[in-house]
Write a protein that binds this ligand. Structure first.
Ligand SMILES: *[C@@H]1O[C@H](CO)[C@@H](O)[C@H](O)[C@H]1NC(C)=O
Ligand SMILES: *[C@@H]1O[C@H](CO)[C@@H](O)[C@H](O)[C@H]1NC(C)=O
Length: 419
């Protein structure tokens, strides 16, 4: 199964968009979920969509240990523009909220070792009613972003038809390439077409975009997280094979640090996004984030798993009657990530299983590290039963690797240098 997955990954990547970007899922910060279209800088200067907000977040990313872990994108979403293009037809930022302009903001972000993402919409207007990128503007807007020093573009799809999207999304990809500046490209296209074939051609998407939003916008609630996980899992036969280095499914932002998730649910979102090889784009206020949320988002082993170089998306491999679900992501060096997820609402559940029941080969001895507690379980044979205690709406996550192979002509002990 692992072999098939890697062969698929190689096949898909050989066809993929060749801008060399996002060989692992992108990490950073995106304004939308937490700050939306708040343009009221008069009454809410601290939280409105303005250059100050993005400079503040760039400062936090550079100062509080985020950048070193890989969180490098500072991404603008909707509502940054002036209501009209300028006399040359060029997009311009709102002059009061971005008085120094986007080029200066890009310089500010770059000076801190970070990258700047921006937002546009293929259509007559953005979702928030700002100037859209119509066909006659695609090349011009790509050039504008490149001249400003932008590193990533999220192209939304409000106010355009299926036909316009089928022409426009690939055209923007060409236009970005033609600027000569490497600009990662996030396409909202599939989310506007139901996210599934035959309306969505994922082979084509992987040729055109670095990542794509497949499904609904995330909201600040556990229900929203659950509905996203359910949709991605129910459709994993379609979605899992199309992800790989340079081209990723995007279940949308991390809402950890906001108002809608309990501590356990925050652990779950992080674990499930990681096992899905999802982009880790936080949308929270990094100026006031709690210590516990920051610890979840800055878990080193978690990030190592998310950023695994093979870039194979995980799958839900089991749904138990007890409402425990098991997710598995194959990783490099024959390692795996396992997530035991509880949809229960009663009390911590003692789930008993064995690696053999999860289809692990019986000719190895394994070691597991609990990703959140750091606890190590060694000498685990596939047939050994073990118990994980999973809190309601919580997870237990393991990083699992073989330490010894049995019944082979030359059995050997694998060095754990990479662990
Ligand atoms: C443009 O595409 C070509 C061929 O696909 C690729 O080699 C090149 O690196 C791309 N350039 C940019 C700036 O994305
Ligand atoms: C999907 O797109 C690919 C690449 O452009 C193309 O070769 C293939 O025929 C398309 N598949 C369908 C079902 O249209």
């Amino acid at each position: 199964m692992k072999l098939i997955a890697s062969v698929l990954a190689i096949l898909v990547s050989s066809l993929a968009l060749e801008n060399g970007l996002m060989r692992t899922p992108p990490m950073g910060w995106l304004a939308w979920e937490r700050f939306r279209c708040n343009i009221d800088c008069k009454n809410d200067p601290h939280n409105c969509i303005s250059e100050k907000l993005f400079m503040d977040m760039a400062d936090r990313l550079a100062t509080d240990g985020w950048r070193e872990l890989g969180y490098v994108y500072v991404n603008i979403d909707d509502c940054w523009m002036a209501k009209q293009r300028d006399s040359a037809g060029q997009l311009i930022p709102d002059p009061e909220r971005f008085p120094r302009g986007i080029k200066a903001l890009a310089d500010y972000v770059h000076a801190r070792g970070l990258k700047l993402g921006i937002y546009a919409d293929l259509g007559t207007h953005t979702c928030g009613g700002y100037p859209g990128t119509t066909f006659n503007r695609i090349e011009q807007d790509a050039l504008t972003f490149a001249q400003w020093g932008v590193d990533m573009l999220k192209l939304d799809g409000c106010y355009s038809s299926a036909c316009e999207q089928a022409e426009g999304y690939p055209r923007m990809s060409k236009a970005l390439n033609a600027t000569g500046r490497p600009i990662a490209y996030s396409c909202s296209w599939p989310a506007y077409r139901g996210g599934l074939p035959p309306q969505v051609n994922y082979t084509l998407l992987a040729n055109v975009c670095n990542l794509w939003r497949n499904y609904d916008d995330i909201q600040d609630s556990w229900d929203s997280v659950l509905s996203i996980v359910e949709w991605f899992s129910a459709n994993q036969d379609v979605l899992q094979p199309v992800a790989g280095p340079g081209h990723w499914n995007d279940p949308d932002m991390l809402i950890i640090g906001n108002f809608g998730l309990s501590y356990e649910q925050s652990l779950s979102q992080m674990a499930l996004w990681t096992v899905m090889a999802a982009p880790l784009l936080m949308s929270t206020d990094l100026r006031t984030i709690s210590e516990s949320s920051q610890q979840i988002l800055q878990n080193k082993l978690m990030i190592k798993i998310n950023q695994d170089p093979l870039g194979i998306q995980g799958r839900r491999i089991l749904q138990e009657k007890s409402r425990i679900e098991v997710f598995l992501r194959p990783l490099s060096h024959s390692a795996s990530a396992l997530v035991f997820f509880s949809r229960r609402t009663d009390m911590p559940y003692r789930y008993i299983t064995s690696l053999a029941q999860l289809n692990f080969t019986q000719n190895a001895v394994y070691e597991a590290q609990d990703v959140y507690t750091g606890q190590i379980i060694s000498g685990l044979k596939a047939t050994n039963n073990f118990t994980v205690i999973i809190n309601p709406s919580g997870v237990v996550m393991w990083y699992l690797y073989p330490t010894m192979y049995l019944h082979q002509p030359f059995s050997f002990v694998k060095q754990l240098s990479e662990a």
